[in-house]
Design a protein around this ligand. Structure first.
Ligand SMILES: Cc1ncc(COP(=O)(O)O)c(C=O)c1O
Length: 381
């Protein structure tokens, strides 16, 4: 049975072009970028050219990009680094109720050291309450951290509107762009952003490599101390193959693929919403990530639906994919106003450029059949 992979918000398959670009850096150009001999210099040169490429994609300067091991590490470094640099003079962080766990858990941890955290509300589509944001900023506020494209419901926040508020109120602005990078335009100058977290494995790059943008002149306390790599902000020998693969993944991303994915997304949504009592979650059209579909089905447990699809070779996700081994209702869906049962009855399908129209047709049929089956079983009970 040929499987259909619809869990690209969790991770993507590495593009062949990316694999090809990385291979020489394992056993031919394997130098340590800090070594002063020719092999080291070659690694350094290519690492810096990858850094420049990624910087350009965000309209940043090359020294403003710091490589990390993941999006999680990038987000941790920014929030903890800012807190330790500013505490105790400032201790307030503003974030939202729909962040990825790596932001929320970091905030919870910082609370144990005296951080005060404001968790902003969102509306029924997942958009941040900008008025609440503006009112929440005080002279103790260190940073406002808002996810760009939401990993569960795909809602894309208006970075420019948030950036304008932060600048007007003289506070820093961080965005977790792990789901949106290369899918939605990010321009750190125009949108007045001070920090951005990104990673490679959501865009057909390798796992274990991420980065963050830090606006020139802003100070943070690093998480890792050592040889002073990454302009002193992240000591550790650089993962050169990962960095080369990351830049290649950015290079091959293009608007043609995004248009194709958007078309598949809209067909999938339309087909699934023909099922009686199916409810669409999140924002619509251009304000939604091109690869995200999230739908709840009345009287169905999302987990059971995911299991039935899994048996049929269709890989999807319920709850917060990267850590969905719990049956706790998704905090994101709850923040959008869904009840516990409704939140537990949802499924997330996330597409990539490798999905096809034919697959979308099969998935619509399989989901329709699976929902009917589960509802019959439920009504017998
Ligand atoms: C929005 C968001 N932020 C951060 C992360 C964490 O990234 P990584 O898997 O590279 O640690 C993810 C991954 O699921 C994500 O979706």
């Amino acid at each position: 049975m040929k499987s259909i992979y619809l869990d690209n918000a969790a991770t993507t398959s590495v593009d062949k072009k990316v694999i090809k670009s990385m291979l020489p850096y394992f056993n031919l150009k394997y130098g340590n970028a800090s070594s002063l001999h020719l092999l080291g210099e070659e690694a350094k040169r290519e690492l810096e050219s990858a850094r420049k490429y990624i910087a350009k994609a965000l309209n940043a300067k090359y020294r403003e990009i710091i490589f990390t091991s993941s999006g999680t590490e990038a987000n941790n470094t920014i929030l903890k680094g800012l807190f330790w640099h500013n505490y105790p003079a400032k201790n307030h962080i503003i974030t939202t109720k729909i962040e990825h766990d790596c932001i929320l858990s970091t905030c919870k941890w910082l609370e144990t050291f005296g951080a005060k955290i404001t968790y902003l509300n969102v509306d029924a589509e997942g958009f941040v309450d900008l008025q609440q944001l503006e009112q929440a900023i005080t002279d103790k506020t260190i940073v406002v951290s808002v996810i760009h494209g939401n990993n569960e419901v795909g809602t894309i926040q208006d970075l420019k509107a948030i950036g304008d508020i932060c600048k007007r109120k003289s506070t820093l602005f961080h965005t977790d762009a792990c789901q949106s990078f290369t899918k939605v335009l990010i321009d750190v100058i125009k949108q007045k952003i001070d920090f951005v977290a990104i990673n490679a494995h959501k865009i057909h790059g390798p796992k274990g490599i991420g980065a963050f943008y830090i606006k020139q002149g802003i100070k943070i306390t690093p998480l890792l101390h050592g040889g002073g790599h990454e302009f002193g902000l992240r000591s550790s020998t650089e993962n050169v193959p990962g960095i080369i693969g990351f830049a290649q993944a950015v290079r091959i991303s293009n608007s043609k693929s995004m248009k194709k994915i958007t078309k598949l997304r809209d067909r999938l949504i339309e087909g699934i919403l023909r099922i009686p009592n199916a409810k669409f979650n999140g924002a619509k059209g251009e304000k939604r990530l091109c690869n995200n579909v999230n739908i709840s089905f009345k009287n169905i447990e999302g987990e059971s639906l995911g299991n039935l699809l899994n048996v049929r070779g269709i890989f999807t996700s319920t709850g917060s994919a990267c850590s969905s081994n719990s049956l706790k209702p998704s905090h994101v869906l709850r923040a959008l106003g869904l009840g516990r049962l409704e939140a537990n009855s949802s499924i997330r399908l996330s597409l990539s450029k490798f999905n096809t129209e034919e697959e979308v047709g099969i998935v619509i049929k399989e989901i329709t059949r699976a929902v009917e089956k589960l509802r019959k079983i439920n009504s017998i009970k």
